[in-house]
Design a protein around this ligand. Structure first.
Ligand code: SRM
Ligand code: SF4
Length: 528
């Protein structure tokens, strides 16, 4: 493994100083300047001061930007009520952790809630600055962390949602995902080695045959692939979505054994950190460095960084299935046990929902809960004999095991309720529209409809059958909330990104457009 440069401003110790690596390229945008002035992780030691000052009197750069290094997001839409983004490697959370999070948001009454995110993760709402120290202590007691989950850091690392449960899996990704997170975050304590990347960074590790994590839209993706009999991963790099450019990841021409994955992530991150562009913000994701260098040079720089030659990619990968959504009841590889996928409409959870999910996971399962990139929940380890009583639990009326075809494929980003980038309200509108369409149509096959409130594409409209991206539309001289329509996103085997096929449809005119598409292209029938 490449050694961290001892002559840089800090060394790779257990408790690193909270000053980040100095970027080699000159700071040329406002974010580079704010990072150069003071590392984001430094605010970790200032929480008591912030609590005393209150959010209105705090220094604005600390409040609006640096707190994101701790996973705490100031929300201009709801000032004083912060969002907290956790890290849940591989989307695994224990019932105890879920209960603690439920109790945290419960104290904020109607302001407190949580969202399951498109990276198998949770975000909490309504958080007050004066409670942060207490919240972090509670996190520590149950092994949770929100460190480095925002700004120029590596986001939650995704892995197969049924890892360790699926009889057909090729590799259980959980431990590897945890190891990569521990390397990047110094076991959740904060790691200045990786707290000053040129831009955000996404990593996904797949261990199943259906690419259930949209690996190809990540900056690094590990895809199962065999060489002779040996298991490993073909590695893709540079996938990303942004307001101005969207790219699927491209092959690095590397096949990595599981024990090389942490090294390789470290090497790629170091190369990106030290050589990635730090100029115009819209051109600073990993793919822009790959464009500048070409993939061969990028690969050889990574090899130099990790200090050994990498094997070339395996001839074929093992993504052989269409993507599963894991909703419903499934036998596990462990005899007599089942996992059950529940549909959490657009990922929204109340405090009570969180406490209930925690309870049913304990009463019927093993106290474990999984999250999916479709913003749903899986309760694993329910024995055959406990299935029937489980299915009579009242919460399953809200979070269905067998949802209707449109609810089942519905995903939505946060939208205007909490996000100041949003051009439209998304989550409530998405749910209402599906209800109205299902009242008029019989739809038998799942249709994946993804809403995203602006071109940042957090709701991934490009991977959906029907993607809806918030925009402004004009009608009769007025400016209205509208959407750009994306079609043709394919997931699983032969995944491909969908494309914009129609622009600026006013939201108030969207229902007949979708109705027609569902009838003509997805076999929906109009109800009598
Ligand atoms: Fe995102 C910024 C929400 C997944 C691309 N994203 C934001 C911010 C932080 C903007 C802000 O400060 O308000 C949003 C917070 C709103 C809020 O209050 O919730 C936000 N992004 C989300 C989440 C919660 C959407 C959801 O409802 O699930 C997802 C959180 C994932 C997580 O747990 O970490 C989320 N964002 C994504 C994804 C999807 C993915 O990772 O698979 C993307 C596209 C993939 C990618 O990044 O390549 C995505 N978010 C962005 C971008 C555009 C990045 C770029 O390179 O330009 C921004 C804007 C930015 O970073 O400047 C952004
Ligand atoms: Fe906010 Fe836009 Fe991301 Fe939706 S897509 S959460 S509106 S930044």
């Amino acid at each position: 493994m490449a050694k961290f440069d001892p002559n840089s401003r800090h060394s790779n110790t257990e408790e690193p100083a909270m000053t980040s690596t100095v970027p080699q390229k000159t700071a040329t945008n406002k974010f580079e300047k704010l990072k150069a002035e003071k590392d984001g992780l430094a605010v970790k030691d200032e929480l008591e001061t912030f609590a005393q000052l209150g959010w209105e009197a705090m220094e604005e750069t600390d409040r609006d930007h640096r707190l994101k290094w701790l996973g705490v997001f100031f929300r201009p839409v709801t000032p004083g009520k912060f969002m907290m983004r956790l890290r849940l490697p591989n989307g695994v959370i224990t019932s105890e952790q879920m209960r603690v999070l439920g109790e945290i948001v419960q104290r904020y009454g109607d302001d407190g809630s949580a969202d399951i995110t498109t990276r198998q993760n949770l975000q909490l709402r309504g958080i007050r600055i004066e409670d942060l120290s207490d919240i972090f202590q509670r996190f520590e007691r149950v092994g949770l962390t929100s460190i480095q989950s925002g700004m120029d850091n590596v986001r939650n690392i995704t892995g197969s949602p049924v890892a360790g449960l699926d009889a057909d899996e090729l590799y259980d990704t959980r431990e590897l995902v945890q190891q990569v997170q521990d390397m990047i975050t110094n076991e959740g304590k904060g790691n200045p080695e990786f707290s000053n990347l040129p831009r955000k960074f996404n990593i996904a590790i797949g261990g199943c045959r259906d690419n259930s994590i949209h690996a190809e839209i990540n900056d690094i993706a590990f895809i199962p692939a065999f060489k002779q009999e040996a298991f490993g991963f073909n590695v893709l790099v540079g996938g990303f979505f942004s307001a101005t450019r969207c790219e699927a990841a491209i092959p690095l021409n590397v096949w990595a054994k599981p024990e090389q994955v942490v090294d390789l992530c470290r090497g790629i991150l170091e190369v990106f950190r030290d050589h990635g562009p730090r100029g115009v913000r819209q051109k600073t994701r990993l793919m822009w460095l790959i464009d500048e260098w070409g993939i061969e040079k990028f690969r050889s720089e990574v090899e130099k960084q990790i200090g050994y030659a990498l094997e070339s990619e395996a001839e074929k990968d093992e993504i052989l299935w269409e993507k599963r959504d894991h909703l419903g009841i499934y036998k596990q590889k462990q005899p007599g046990l089942n996992y059950v996928g529940l549909n959490i409409l657009v990922g929204r959870l109340s405090a009570n929902d969180m406490l209930e999910l925690s309870r049913i996971a304990e009463v019927y399962g093993s106290g474990e809960i999984r999250l999916t990139v479709e913003q749903n929940v899986i309760i694993p380890n329910i024995s055959d004999s406990r299935l029937e009583p489980f299915l009579t639990e009242p919460i399953l009326e809200k979070f269905s095991v067998n949802p209707s075809a449109l609810s089942r494929g519905l995903v939505s980003c946060t939208g205007a309720q909490f996000c100041n980038f949003a051009l439209v309200e998304t989550k409530h509108r998405a749910v209402e529209l599906v209800k109205e369409l299902e009242a008029e149509l019989t739809v038998e096959k799942t249709v994946r409809i993804h809403w995203t409130g602006c071109p940042n594409s957090c709701g991934q409209p490009q991977v959906a059958d029907i993607g809806l991206m918030g925009t402004k539309a004009r009608k009769e001289g007025k400016t209205l909330e509208g959407v750009n329509l994306y079609m043709g996103g394919k997931v699983g085997k032969d995944a491909q990104l969908g494309e914009c096929v129609q622009k600026s449809i006013p939201c108030e005119d969207l229902k007949p457009v979708l109705r027609q598409i569902l009838v003509e292209q997805f076999g929906a029938r109009v109800k009598e």
